[in-house]
Design a protein around this ligand. Structure first.
Ligand SMILES: *[C@@H]1O[C@H](CO)[C@@H](O)[C@H](O)[C@H]1NC(C)=O
Length: 130
């Protein structure tokens, strides 16, 4: 009996570990591996505006659409809010640093500081969506 219970427990644990994606690692890896990352939601107008700004400047970005992640979406929002202190989207990271949302990107676009990143980034317009 004890053996059966132990076996069941082990199987459940293994199943759980295989099932659950390590979202924390995923988010950190994405931020580490891409120069510009936009965490967005589909049907979010400020997210579309931010993407248009980067397209306009020919700055390549990686878009992570949070609501495309199924039941992991909620955990991902929690992880991001711990990282950035925000619950709104878009959340934009450049060179692994959180630079802000729509307001900040729009201001950096208007005051000319956003395009300065092109000196060190691969500014060739293309888009990746996860
Ligand atoms: C441009 O706007 C950004 C975002 O608001 C701000 O942090 C930065 O100091 C501004 N730079 C200049 C030169 O105005």
């Amino acid at each position: 009996m004890v053996k059966i219970v132990t076996t069941l427990f082990l199987l459940t644990t293994i199943f759980y570990c295989v099932q659950s994606r390590d979202n924390n690692k995923l988010i950190h890896d994405i931020i580490r591996d891409h120069e510009i990352v936009i965490f967005s939601l589909s049907f979010c107008q400020p997210c579309a505006s931010v993407k248009n700004i980067f397209r306009d400047l020919n700055m390549k970005f990686f878009e992570f659409v949070i609501d495309h992640q199924g039941e992991d979406s909620f955990e991902i929002l929690d992880i991001l809010s711990l990282l950035t202190g925000r619950t709104s989207v878009p959340q934009v990271f450049i060179n692994k640093k959180f630079v802000g949302g729509y307001k900040e990107i729009q201001e950096m676009y208007e005051n000319g500081t956003l395009v300065n990143f092109c000196d060190c980034l691969d500014c060739e317009c293309s888009m990746e969506t996860y």
